[in-house]
Design a protein around this ligand. Structure first.
Ligand code: CTP
Ligand code: MG
Length: 600
């Protein structure tokens, strides 16, 4: 439960809502507590007055008594209505303050979570499933909100009603009070267990629902594969299975939900019967009046919901505590990559030389390193080509440069300074990184390109598109740069997507440009065009090109052949060919493939 303590400062922050809310809760409870007292008075006086005026019926005294009776009756009715109305108004105020406060806190908490998630490293996301993070941001926050708002409100109201009702009842007759309260503990306990069952089952339902939705989402986004492999009917069967699971869980929940009402009603009925039975005995002994019995019955009815609420609230608090613990685990995750103590604010620009000094990297503590003791140097304004088998570690290696990953051993330097010394904004602002997997937003082409630089002018976007060899394509699109891509617009080809992604990096006019297999989906001619455009910036921009195709790297100032996490060969195209090693092999294979392709 300790995890919930850290929410306490929110009570302070929103005290202007919580204080009136709690006062309103008390006032509402107090108003409803007075109603039974008035009813008792009415029950005790009205029959007597009726008997009085009946005795004088037909005489002026009778008329007078009738008028008095009628006035008193209306008086009672008025007071009861007024009290009920007041109770309702206060209850409205209570909800409007406490529930509103809980929504504000939910908003604060969710934004804090999102903000924190944004600052967590790439490494954090490699370790956490997206679905889990979405659950944190939605259902866990909702649990916590319920604790902050409704739980607090119910508890306050319940305490006030129970304490006040019991005091009044106790003053009237301690004995009858003791009898009337016998079923109450059972009510509280049974509601607690029922609530726990309801909660467990609704969690299970929720989980089944997310499984169902991710199944649907996956089969829709993978529809191409699904159809190509004619797996529709298998997918349909799998869906029906999940769907049936969902129905089972819903029925489970509906069952408990329906079963607890009779239990509730039986216990309330039991209390009432005890009051009538024992109360009747006390009335004949003259210890209490009939009005007291009416009063008791109302009190018992009034107390049942607060007592039940206790059981409910305890289960709610348990759930909120579990959710808060899960949330806290995320809040505790340090933004792995942040402007640390070593940050040197003087470093405002990047020239572009890149040095690796004995760099090793592993994805997890207990795993084999995927990069082993890499050392090399790239002068500012020169180019580096990286080739290697799939899984050799090329992507891992270049992600160390913009600090998307953090070296486990050794140092990565830019302009002779460790990358950690640069403020992150400077470091990443100077690097144009085109990842291996293209990601485009459902926005216009222009917005997708300008994502790399929000203030980019049209001219700049135009130039970036031209350098990425995308301009001619864009001109053919129905609305040019304003054409929407993705779900809301046209579907781009693999090569067009890749080039949009390259334009996004170029628009930043970076000092270091990193292309991770970013030309894999374009033909050799387009590759040549793009590389030609990049060449214009030679001397002023460091370019790192990862490729499976020798043609993309052969003109680079130096080439590294990565094999199983180590540098197997290093040099220029000509030097490497002369070595007759991995590189020369790869080159010959590709030449052969090209020749074969040209023959058909
Ligand atoms: N790897 C990992 N966890 C990740 C990413 C990669 O354990 N989140 C492992 C891979 O299984 C692989 C090694 O790290 O064994 C190197 O991966 P990567 O750097 O992505 O290899 P690339 O050379 O980029 O491979 P490709 O050419 O296929 O892109
Ligand atoms: Mg890769």
């Amino acid at each position: 439960m300790g995890s919930l303590a850290q929410l306490n400062h929110y009570y302070l922050k929103y005290k202007h809502l919580f204080l009136p809310g709690l006062l309103a809760a008390m006032a509402s409870a107090a108003a409803s507590i007075v109603v039974p007292i008035v009813v008792r008075q009415a029950v005790d006086t009205i029959p007597r007055m009726v008997a009085n005026y009946r005795a004088f019926e037909g005489t002026p005294v009778g008329d007078y008594l009738y008028a008095r009776f009628f006035a008193v009756l209306m008086g009672f009715a008025g007071v009861i209505l007024l009290l009920s109305f007041l109770s309702g108004v206060f209850s409205f105020v209570m909800r409007q303050t406490v529930v509103v406060a809980s929504r504000h806190i939910e908003y604060d908490l969710r934004n804090r979570l999102y903000d924190h998630l944004q600052r967590l490293s790439h490494g954090f996301y490699l370790q956490h499933a997206t679905g889990d993070l979405i659950t944190r941001a939605t259902s866990d926050i909702e649990q916590v909100r319920r604790y902050i708002g409704p739980a607090l409100m119910y508890t306050t109201r319940a305490v006030v009603i129970i304490v006040m009702a019991m005091s009044v009842m106790f003053i009237i007759s301690p004995v009858l009070t003791a009898y009337a309260l016998i079923p109450m503990p059972f009510l509280g306990i049974s509601v607690f267990f029922v609530a726990r069952m309801v909660h467990q089952r609704s969690d299970a339902l929720q989980e089944q629902y997310s499984e169902l939705t991710s199944r649907v989402q996956e089969s829709f986004s993978g529809v191409r594969v699904l159809k190509a492999y004619a797996r529709e009917s298998a997918e349909q069967a799998a869906f029906e299975k999940e769907s049936a699971g969902y129905r089972e869980r819903s029925l489970d929940l509906a069952m408990v939900d329906a079963a607890w009402r009779p239990v509730f009603l039986v216990l309330v009925g039991l209390s009432t019967i005890i009051v009538v039975w024992q109360g009747g005995r006390l009335v004949t002994e003259g210890a209490i009046t009939l009005g007291n019995i009416a009063e008791y019955i109302i009190y018992v009815a009034l107390m049942t919901w607060p007592v039940a609420a206790f059981g409910f609230v305890i289960s709610m608090v348990q759930r909120a505590a579990a959710s808060m613990t899960r949330l806290q685990r995320i809040f505790d995750a340090e933004p792995e990559v942040s402007d640390g103590v070593q940050t040197n604010e003087e470093l405002k620009t990047v020239q572009g030389s890149v040095t690796f000094q004995g760099v090793s990297f592993r994805y997890a503590e207990d795993e084999e390193p995927v990069l082993k003791d890499l050392s090399f140097h790239v002068d500012a304004g020169t180019s580096l080509g990286i080739v290697g088998r799939t899984g050799a570690g090329k992507t891992s290696m270049i992600e160390l440069i913009p600090r998307l990953l953090q070296a486990s051993e050794g140092r990565v330097l830019i302009d002779g300074h460790p990358v950690e010394a640069f403020p992150l904004a400077v470091l990443r602002g100077s690097i144009g990184y085109v990842p291996q997997e293209v990601f485009l937003f459902s926005e216009t082409i222009a917005e997708n390109i300008a994502f790399g630089r929000m203030d980019a002018s049209e001219e700049l976007i135009d130039r970036a598109a031209e350098e990425a060899d995308l301009l001619a394509n864009v001109r053919d699109f129905p609305e040019g740069f304003k054409t929407f891509v993705g779900e809301r617009g046209i579907t781009l080809s693999g090569g067009q997507k890749q080039r949009t992604s390259i334009a996004r990096a170029l628009v930043r006019e970076p000092s270091i440009l990193i292309l991770d297999d970013a030309l894999s989906a374009v033909d050799v001619q387009t590759e040549r065009n793009i590389l030609g455009h990049l060449r214009r910036h030679f001397g002023r921009r460091t370019v790192v090109i990862v490729s499976h195709r020798i043609s993309a790297v052969q003109d680079a100032d130096q080439i590294i052949v990565l094999d199983d996490g180590v540098i197997a060969e290093q040099g220029t195209h000509d030097v490497l060919l002369a070595r007759e090693g991995l590189y020369a092999n790869l080159y010959r294979k590709q030449l052969l493939e090209e020749e074969l392709a040209a023959m058909v």
